[in-house]
Design a protein around this ligand. Structure first.
Ligand code: IPD
Length: 300
C-alpha cells in the first residue's frame, strides 16, 4: 500500500545516507592511499574496491534486520556468485557504489542506488550522491524528488514539467563507455557517439549533431539527471539491474520514458525486460520522431 511504501521510503532514505557516510570515508581513505588495493573484475577498467563490498554488506544486513522476508539482489553479491532469480516477492536491488571509477578517481559523481522491486516491477528508488549531498527519491505513483544539502525535497523535474524537445539535434545526451572495451562493442559505441554528435552537413553520415554529449560516469546519476531536467536523454549498452532499478522509478515518476533492449515492448514499462538481464537501455526526456528514429537505429 502507499503507507507501506512511505515507510519503506524513510527506511531506504536513512539507509542510503548511512551508506553515503561510508562511501565518503572510503573516498578519503583511498585518496590518502591508506586503503587496500583497488581490484579488477573482468578487466582493468572494471573496478571494485573494499568499499563496494563493505557498503553492500552494511545495506544487506540492515535490510535483513528490518525486512527479513524481502529478497536481495546486489552487484557485489552477484559477483560473488549469489544469483537468486527474480521472483514476484519484494526484492531490494542495490548498487553499493555506482560510479566506482569516479569514486576511485575522486570525481565527485558516485552514489548508492537502492531500488525496490515488487511483482517484478520497480516501485521505489533512492539514489544518494554523498559528495554533493544530493538525494533523489521516487515512489511509484507519488512522484520523484531531489533534496540538496539536507534541504527540503523539490519535485522533479526541477522548474516544472519538461518542455518536449522537437528534435534530438537540440538535446544534451548522456552516454557511457562502460566496461566492455573489446571490439566490436567499443567500435559500435564510438560509431553511435559519432552519429549523435557529428555534423551531417559536415560529412558525418547519419550525424544528428545533438547539442553535446556528457558522461557522468554513473548510470544511476545519469537517470537522476534526466529526471532532474539537466539531461534530455541517456543511452547506454551494458547496464545491469542494480545500475538502473532505482533510476527507472525516479525517471518515470518525473515523466521520463524508459525503455530496454530492442526485444522489449516500447510501452514505457519494460522494466522487467531490463531487470531480467537484457542490457540495452534508453532513457529519454525528449519527444519527436527524430529522436525515436535515431535511437531505434542505434539499437540495431
Ligand atoms: C557502472 C557505471 C558506469 C556505467 C556502467 C555501470 P559501477 O557501474 O554506472 O557509468 O557505464 O554500465 O556498470 O561498476 O560503477 O557500479
Amino acid at each position: 500500500t502507499s503507507s507501506d511504501l512511505r515507510d519503506l521510503l524513510s527506511f531506504t532514505t536513512a539507509l542510503a545516507r548511512k551508506a553515503g557516510a561510508v562511501i565518503l570515508e572510503g573516498s578519503r581513505a583511498i585518496q590518502s592511499a591508506s586503503a587496500s588495493d583497488i581490484g579488477e573484475k573482468k578487466n582493468s577498467v572494471d573496478l571494485v574496491t573494499e568499499y563496494d563490498v563493505k557498503v553492500e554488506e552494511l545495506v544487506k544486513r540492515e535490510i535483513k534486520d528490518a525486512y527479513p522476508e524481502f529478497q536481495f539482489i546486489g552487484e557485489e553479491s552477484y559477483s560473488a556468485g549469489s544469483r537468486a532469480p527474480l521472483t514476484d516477492a519484494p526484492t531490494f536491488c542495490v548498487d553499493p557504489i555506482d560510479g566506482t571509477t569516479n569514486f576511485v578517481h575522486a570525481f565527485p559523481f558516485a552514489c548508492i542506488s537502492i531500488g525496490l522491486i515488487d511483482q517484478r516491477r520497480p516501485v521505489l528508488g533512492v539514489i544518494y550522491n554523498p559528495f554533493l549531498d544530493h538525494l533523489y527519491t521516487g515512489v511509484s505513483g507519488q512522484g520523484s524528488f531531489l533534496s540538496r544539502s539536507g534541504g527540503p525535497p523539490e519535485r522533479l523535474p526541477l522548474g516544472g514539467p519538461a518542455r518536449p524537445l522537437p528534435a534530438l539535434s537540440q538535446a544534451l545526451v548522456a552516454i557511457e563507455w562502460g566496461s566492455d572495451r573489446k571490439a566490436p562493442a567499443i567500435t559500435q559505441k564510438a560509431d553511435s557517439f559519432t552519429r549523435l554528435a557529428g555534423d551531417p552537413a559536415g560529412g558525418v553520415a547519419g550525424g544528428r549533431m545533438a547539442h553535446s554529449l556528457r558522461s557522468l560516469g554513473s548510470a544511476a546519476l545519469n537517470f537522476a539527471m534526466v529526471a532532474q531536467g539537466g539531461l534530455d536523454m541517456y543511452w547506454e549498452i551494458g547496464c545491469w539491474p542494480w545500475d538502473v532499478c532505482a533510476g527507472i522509478v525516479i525517471a518515470q515518476e518525473a515523466g521520463g520514458f524508459v525503455t530496454g533492449s530492442k526485444d522489449a515492448p516500447h510501452d514505457g514499462n519494460v522494466t522487467e525486460a531490463i531487470l531480467t538481464g537484457r542490457k540495452y537501455l534508453v532513457v529519454r526526456g525528449i519527444a519527436g520522431s527524430e529522436g525515436e528514429t535515431s535511437l531505434a537505429a542505434q539499437q540495431r
